[in-house]
Ligand binder design. Structure first.
Ligand code: NAD
Ligand code: ZN
Length: 428
C-alpha cells in the first residue's frame, strides 16, 4: 500500500502561536479588572468602533429592511433546515429511568445550560450562516437565554448577520469582536448574563480566548482554520472536484484543501484546473485561495478505495466530500470527519450555509475525537438515584466493603448506618 503525493504542501511560515496566547492572556486579565472600559478601549483600538455596543431589539427586528428579499428568503430557508435538523437531534436523545435492581432506581436528565453565548465572526466575510448555526441550535436544545457577539466590520454590524441572529432567536446582541466579545459573554459585561457556554467559530484570538476561559465556562471546541478533503474515483468529474477545492480554498491562506484519488488522469486534470479556477475568483478571495493552495493544498494518489479511506481517516478533515461510486460503502467505512458530504450532487458549501447539519465542526484533526456543534453541547447529561428500603442491605454492604478496601472508613460508616432500622437511625 502506498499513497503518492502529486502535490505536497510546503506549509506556511511559522505563526506566532505563543504571541497570540500571551496577547489574549494580557487582554483577558485587563478585561477582568477594568471590564466595560477595557472592552470599549479594545473595540476602539482593534476595530475602530466606539459604540453603540448593544443592538436594540427593534433594530434587530428591522434589519431585514436593509436586505434584498431574496437574501431574507434564503436566510429563512437555511434557518428552517438548521432548526429541523437540530430538533431531530434533540429528539434523538432522551431522559430515562431504570430499575437496576429491585428498589434501586436511577435515571438520566437532560438539562439545558442557562445561558449560551454565541460568537459570530466578522472580519473578511459576513458570517450569516454562523449566526444561524449557533443560535438556532442553542434554541433547539432548549437554552432559555441566548446572547451573541459579533465584530463591527467596516461600517458597523452587517444587517444580514443581525437579521440572521434575529431569525435564529438571539435575546441580546452586542457589537463586539475578538477577545473583548468573548470576554463580554463570559464575564457578563454591558449587562449581559454570564454565559455558561461559549460557542462559535472565530480567528486565532477568539479560539485562544475561549480556550483560556474554559473551565468554569464551557466551550464547543477549540476551532482552527477550516479544512476540506475530497475523495474522488474514476467516476468523478475533474471539473467539479477542482471547483470544489478552489471554492473552499477561499476561506483563507491557512485553510487546507486536499484531494485523494485512485485515478491518475483525474488527479492531473485537477492539478491543472484548480489554479485556473482560483485565478478567476474576485479579489481578495483570489489571493487567499492562491496562498492556501500553494502552501497547504495536497493531491494524493492511492492504490485502492480502502487506501483512500485510510488516508481520509488519518487526515480527519473537518469536511469530507466523497465523489465516488458506492456511497453506502463509504458512509459505513469512513470514521473520522466533522461532516460527510456524499455524492457529487452535494457540496461543502451546502453544509456551510444552508443544508441543515451544523457547520461549526472540528478542525486540524480534532475529528479524531469529536463531532461538531450539536444540541448535545448545550445539554447537561446529569444523573440521579433513589433507593427503596428493600434494596438497602445489598447496596450498603457492597458500598461499605469497597469503602473499607479503599481505606475510606468514613464512607463505610455512612453506608453501615443505612442498614440500621429507620426508627433506630432517627432516635440516634
Ligand atoms: N469552521 C467554521 O465553521 C467557520 C465558519 C465561519 C468562520 N470561521 C473562521 O472564523 C474566522 C474569522 O476570522 P476573522 O478574523 O475574519 O474574524 P473574527 O470575528 O474571528 O475576529 C475579528 C476580531 O479579531 C480581533 N483581532 C484582530 N487582530 C487582533 C490582534 N492583533 N490582537 C487582538 N485581537 C485582534 C479583533 O477584535 C476583531 O474584532 C476565520 O478563521 C474563519 O476560518 C470558521
Ligand atoms: Zn467553506
Amino acid at each position: 500500500m502506498s499513497v503518492t503525493s502529486l502535490k505536497s504542501a510546503p506549509g506556511l511560515p511559522a505563526q506566532g502561536v505563543a504571541d497570540c496566547a500571551d496577547t489574549v492572556q494580557i487582554m483577558l486579565a485587563r478585561l477582568r479588572r477594568e471590564r466595560e472600559s477595557a472592552a470599549r478601549d479594545y473595540a476602539a483600538r482593534l476595530d475602530g468602533w466606539d459604540g453603540p455596543f448593544e443592538i436594540a431589539p427593534e433594530t434587530l427586528a428591522a434589519a431585514h429592511r436593509q436586505l434584498d428579499a431574496e437574501l431574507v428568503e434564503a436566510i429563512g430557508y437555511a434557518h428552517a433546515n438548521i432548526r429541523a435538523f437540530a430538533e431531530a437531534q434533540r429528539a434523538s436523545v432522551t431522559e430515562f429511568e431504570t430499575e437496576l435492581r429491585p428498589g434501586l432506581v436511577a435515571g438520566q436528565r437532560l438539562i439545558p445550560v442557562g445561558c449560551a453565548g454565541a460568537y459570530v465572526p466578522g472580519g473578511r466575510y459576513a458570517h450569516v450562516a454562523s449566526a444561524l448555526m449557533t443560535v438556532t441550535t442553542a434554541r433547539a436544545a432548549g437554552v432559555p437565554e441566548v446572547v451573541a457577539c459579533t465584530p463591527p466590520g467596516r461600517d458597523g454590524p452587517h444587517p444580514a448577520v443581525l437579521h440572521a441572529l434575529h431569525v435564529a432567536g438571539a435575546d441580546r446582541v452586542l457589537v463586539l469582536g475578538g477577545v473583548q466579545g468573548i470576554a463580554a459573554m463570559a464575564l457578563g459585561l454591558f449587562g449581559l448574563p454570564e454565559a455558561d457556554i461559549l460557542v462559535g467559530p472565530g480567528n486565532a484570538f477568539v479560539a485562544e480566548a475561549k480556550r483560556q476561559l474554559f473551565g468554569p465556562v464551557g466551550i464547543d471546541m477549540v476551532a482552527g482554520p477550516t479544512d476540506s478533503l475530497v475523495i474522488a474515483d474514476a467516476s468523478a468529474s475533474a471539473e467539479t472536484v477542482a471547483a470544489d477545492l478552489a471554492g473552499q480554498a477561499e476561506h483563507g491562506a491557512t485553510s487546507p484543501v486536499w484531494l485523494v484519488t485512485d485515478h491518475r488522469p483525474l488527479a492531473e486534470a485537477v492539478l491543472r484546473r484548480v489554479p485556473q479556477l482560483i485565478d478567476a475568483l474576485p479579489e481578495p478571495n483570489r489571493s487567499a485561495a492562491r496562498e492556501a493552495w500553494a502552501a497547504l493544498g495536497e493531491v494524493m494518489l492511492a492504490d485502492s478505495r480502502e487506501e483512500m479511506a485510510a488516508t481520509a481517516d488519518r487526515y480527519a478533515p473537518e469536511h469530507l466530500h466523497v465523489q465516488a461510486a458506492d456511497l453506502d460503502w463509504w458512509r459505513a467505512r469512513l470514521c473520522a470527519y466533522g461532516s460527510l458530504f456524499l455524492g457529487a450532487e452535494t457540496t461543502v458549501a451546502f453544509g456551510d450555509k444552508a443544508a441543515g447539519p451544523n457547520h461549526v465542526l472540528p478542525t486540524s484533526g480534532a475529528a479524531r475525537h469529536t463531532g461538531g456543534l450539536s444540541v448535545h453541547k448545550f445539554l447537561k447529561t446529569v444523573t440521579w438515584q433513589r433507593v427503596a428500603p428493600h434494596a438497602l442491605p445489598d447496596l450498603a454492604r457492597a458500598t461499605a466493603t469497597i469503602s473499607r478496601a479503599e481505606g475510606m472508613e468514613g464512607h463505610a460508616r455512612t453506608a453501615d448506618m443505612r442498614l440500621a432500622p429507620r426508627a433506630q437511625r432517627l432516635a440516634e
